[in-house]
Design a protein around this ligand. Structure first.
Ligand code: THU
Ligand code: ZN
Length: 306
C-alpha cells in the first residue's frame, strides 16, 4: 500500500529581494547552491534543509525557458558529492519554439542532469514546484537511489514507489546498472588527437546502456566558457535526455541564452556505428536562428586495455 503523503505544512519563503540575491549566487555557480550557502541559509533563517529547499523552488523556476507553455517549472536535487557535502543542484524546464513538444527538457531531468554532470554521488531528495509528470517519474526510476530518495512537492512528500507503482526499469531489460551507478568504463576512443579532452571524457562517461552511443555535446560561448552535456538513457527510451538537451539545460542554468551573441560553437561527438543523435540535435537547433552550424564528429571506440 502506498504510504500516505505527509502534509509538511511549511510556509517559509524568501522575500522577492532574497530570491533575487540567491538567483545571482546560483547563476554564478552555474545552477548550484554550494553546501556552505545551504548551511548558512539554514542558520540565518533558523529553518531545516527541507524548508530552505522548498523555498528555493521559485528561484529554480526563474531559470526556465518556456516559450510555448509559459509554464515555468523548478526542480532541485539535494545531493551528496564525493566528500559527502550536501549541495543543491537546480533545474528548470526548457522548451524549443516551433519544434515537437516531445523535445522539451523537464525540470526534473534538468536538475538530475546538473547533479550528474557536477559530480553528485548520491541523491537524497528531489524538490519540484509541481507534481512530476509520468515521464519524469519514469526518468527518476533510472536513478541508483530510486528506492530511497524523497520527492518533495511544495506541501507533500513522497517516495518514488508511491508515485510509480509496478514500475518498469533497467532490470526489466537486464541492465544491472543505473544512472549514478554506471558500468565501469570499458571503452576509449581511437584517434582523438586535436579534440577537446573534456568533451571526449564527457562522452565516455555518458550513461548509454541501451544504444552504446557514447556521446556528448560542447556548447562554447564567446564570454562565458564551455558548457558540456552527455547522453542519459532511460529503460523506457523516450524519457532519455540527449547530449544536446543536456548541454543547453546547463547553459540556461548559468543564466545564458541560446543566441548568436552568446554561442560561439556547438560540437557533437558520437560513437562510430552507433550514431543516433545527429537528426534529433538538428531538430532541436532548428528552434534557434543564426547559431553557428553544428559540428558533428564520429569516433571509433575500442575496449580499454586491461
Ligand atoms: N513540465 C516539467 O518540467 N516537469 C513536469 O513533470 C511537468 C511538466 C514542463 C514541461 C513543459 O515545459 C511544461 O511544464 C508544460 O508541460
Ligand atoms: Zn515531467
Amino acid at each position: 500500500m502506498p504510504t500516505i503523503p505527509t502534509q509538511a505544512g511549511t510556509v517559509f519563503s524568501f522575500s522577492a529581494e532574497q530570491q533575487q540575491q540567491l538567483y545571482l549566487i546560483i547563476k554564478h555557480h552555474a545552477g548550484i547552491l554550494p553546501s556552505s550557502d545551504v548551511a548558512t541559509l539554514c542558520q540565518q533563517h533558523d529553518q531545516p534543509v527541507d524548508a530552505i529547499l522548498r523555498a528555493c523552488l521559485p528561484i529554480a523556476a526563474q531559470f526556465a525557458v518556456a516559450p510555448i507553455s509559459q509554464f515555468f517549472v523548478g526542480a532541485i536535487v539535494c545531493g551528496l558529492d564525493s566528500q559527502g557535502e550536501q549541495h543543491f543542484y537546480f533545474g528548470a524546464n526548457v522548451e524549443f519554439a516551433q519544434q515537437a513538444l516531445s523535445l522539451v527538457v523537464h525540470a526534473e531531468q534538468s536538475a538530475i542532469n546538473n547533479a550528474w554532470l557536477n559530480g553528485a554521488k548520491k541523491i537524497i531528495k528531489i524538490a519540484i514546484s509541481d507534481a512530476p509528470c509520468g515521464y519524469c517519474r519514469q526518468f527518476m526510476n533510472e536513478l541508483a537511489d530510486a528506492q530511497s530518495f524523497d520527492i518533495l512537492l511544495p506541501k507533500q512528500q513522497f517516495k518514488l514507489a508511491d508515485l510509480l507503482p509496478y514500475a518498469f526499469g533497467p532490470n526489466d531489460l537486464g541492465n544491472p546498472y543505473s544512472l549514478f551507478n554506471p558500468a565501469p568504463q570499458q571503452h576509449q576512443f581511437v584517434a582523438t588527437a586535436e579534440l577537446d579532452k573534456i568533451l571526449l571524457s564527457c562522452a565516455l562517461s555518458a550513461y548509454v546502456p541501451y544504444s552504446e552511443n557514447y556521446s556528448a555535446v560542447k556548447i562554447s560561448t564567446f564570454a562565458n566558457g564551455d558548457f558540456y552535456g552527455r547522453y542519459a538513457e532511460n529503460a523506457a527510451y523516450s524519457p532519455s535526455l540527449s547530449p544536446l538537451q543536456s548541454a543547453i539545460s546547463q547553459l540556461h542554468l548559468a543564466g545564458l541564452a541560446m543566441t548568436k551573441d552568446v554561442v560561439k560553437g556547438i560540437e557533437l561527438v558520437q560513437t562510430q556505428g552507433k550514431e543516433n543523435q545527429l537528426m534529433v540535435s538538428q531538430a532541436v537547433l532548428a528552434s534557434y536562428t543564426d547559431l553557428p552550424a553544428l559540428q558533428s564528429i564520429s569516433l571509433a571506440v575500442k575496449p580499454v586495455a586491461i
